[in-house]
Design a protein around this ligand. Structure first.
Ligand code: NDP
Length: 292
C-alpha cells in the first residue's frame, strides 16, 4: 500500500503557485485576489474558509472575507456578489456552502461571474468542462486529478466507481475520469443512494472515489485487492482527544481497507488539502487570464 499524500503533494504544488504569484505581483503591482463570502456560523464552514484564507497568504495571494450572519437576506448577498463581480481587483469569488435555507444556492452560483467562479460550480464552467474546453474545474475533482497526475497513476482502461453524484464532487469527478486524457480514459460507474447492490459495483472497481459523507461507509469486504482508493469524505465528530475538540473521518474504513489497496488517500491529509490547491490554481489562472 502506498499513500496518496495530500500533505506532500499540496506543499510541492503550493511552492510553485507562490513563485508564480510573486512573478504576477512583480509584473502587475498587485497580488492574485480571492474573496470568500461566509454566511452564518457553521463550524465546518468556518474551518474551511479560515484554511482557504490562510493558504492564500502562504502563496502570496491577497484574500478577503465577507461575513454575514444567518439572517442576511438573499438579495443582500446577491448584491454583494454583483459588486465583487464588477471589482477589477478581484480574481476569484467563492461563496461557502451550505447556505441558510432562505438563500437559494442555485441563484448564488449563477450570479457569480463565471470568469471569477474559481470553485467551478457555475453552469458555464460545468458545461465547458463537459465539452473539454478551458474552464474552472470544480476544486475538489481538480485537486484529485492533480494528485493522480503527481503520482503518475495509470488510469487508462481502469474501471472507476464513483460513489456520490453531487454537483461539486461526484458528478464532475465521473466526467473527468471518463475523459480522453491522462489521468482519465477510465470506464466510469457513477453510483448514489438509489444504486442497487452498491457493494457489488464497488467490488469491481480498480479505482474507488468515495464522496458520500458517511463515516467508514466503504469497508474491506467491498474492496478488490490492489484497488486505488480516493477518500473525499469529511465527517466531523466531537472528540476530547484533540485540541480543536473534533476529529475528522473519511468515508472509507482506512484501518481495514488500506492493506488491500495499492494506493489510498488518508483523511485528514488527503483530498481536503488538494481541494485548496485546486482553488488556488484556479485563482491564479483567473488572475493571469489563462482561461477567460
Ligand atoms: P452530498 O451530500 O451533496 O452528496 C452525497 C452523495 O452521496 C449523494 O449523491 C448521495 O446520493 C450519495 N449517498 C448518500 N448516502 C448514500 C448511500 N447510503 N449509498 C450510496 N450513495 C449515497 O455531498 P458532497 O458531494 O458535497 O460531499 C460528500 C462528502 O465529501 C462529504 O463528507 C463532504 O464533507 C466531503 N467533501 C470533502 C471535500 C474535500 O475537500 N475533501 C470537498 C467537498 C465535500 P443521492 O444523490 O441519491 O442523495
Amino acid at each position: 500500500m502506498e499513500l496518496l499524500d495530500g500533505k506532500l503533494v499540496s506543499a510541492k504544488i503550493k511552492e510553485d503557485i507562490a513563485a508564480e504569484a510573486l512573478d504576477f505581483f512583480n509584473k502587475n503591482g498587485r497580488k492574485p485576489h480571492l474573496v470568500a463570502i461566509l454566511v452564518g456560523n457553521d463550524g465546518g464552514s468556518e474551518t474551511y474558509v479560515a484554511s482557504k484564507m490562510r493558504n492564500c497568504e502562504k502563496v502570496n495571494f491577497q484574500s478577503s472575507l465577507v461575513r454575514y450572519d444567518d439572517h442576511v437576506s438573499e438579495e443582500e448577498v446577491l448584491q454583494k456578489i454583483r459588486e465583487i463581480n464588477a471589482d477589477e481587483t478581484v480574481d476569484g469569488l467563492i461563496v461557502q456552502l451550505p447556505l441558510p435555507k432562505h438563500i437559494d444556492p442555485e441563484k448564488v452560483t449563477e450570479t457569480i461571474d463565471y470568469r471569477k467562479d474559481v470553485d467551478g460550480f457555475h453552469p458555464i464552467n460545468l458545461g465547458r468542462m463537459m465539452r473539454n474546453l478551458p474552464c474552472f474545474i470544480p476544486a475538489t475533482p481538480y485537486g484529485i486529478m492533480l494528485m493522480l497526475e503527481y503520482y503518475q497513476i495509470e488510469t487508462s482502461g481502469k474501471h472507476a466507481v464513483v460513489v456520490g453524484r453531487s454537483n461539486i464532487v461526484g458528478s464532475p469527478m465521473s466526467i473527468l475520469l471518463a475523459r480522453n486524457s491522462q489521468p482519465g480514459n477510465c470506464t466510469v460507474t457513477l453510483t448514489h443512494s438509489r444504486t442497487k447492490n452498491l457493494p457489488e459495483f464497488i467490488k469491481q472497481a480498480d479505482i474507488i472515489v468515495a464522496a458520500i459523507g458517511k463515516k467508514n461507509f466503504v469497508t474491506a469486504d467491498m474492496v478488490k485487492d490492489g484497488a486505488i482508493i480516493i477518500d473525499v469524505g469529511i465527517n466531523r465528530e466531537q472528540s476530547s482527544e484533540t485540541k480543536s475538540g473534533y476529529k475528522l473521518f473519511g468515508d472509507v474504513d482506512f484501518e481495514n481497507v488500506a492493506s488491500k489497496s495499492s494506493w489510498i488517500s488518508p483523511v485528514p491529509g488527503g483530498v481536503g488539502l488538494m481541494t485548496i490547491v485546486g482553488l488556488l490554481k484556479n485563482t491564479l489562472k483567473s488572475a493571469k487570464k489563462e482561461i477567460y
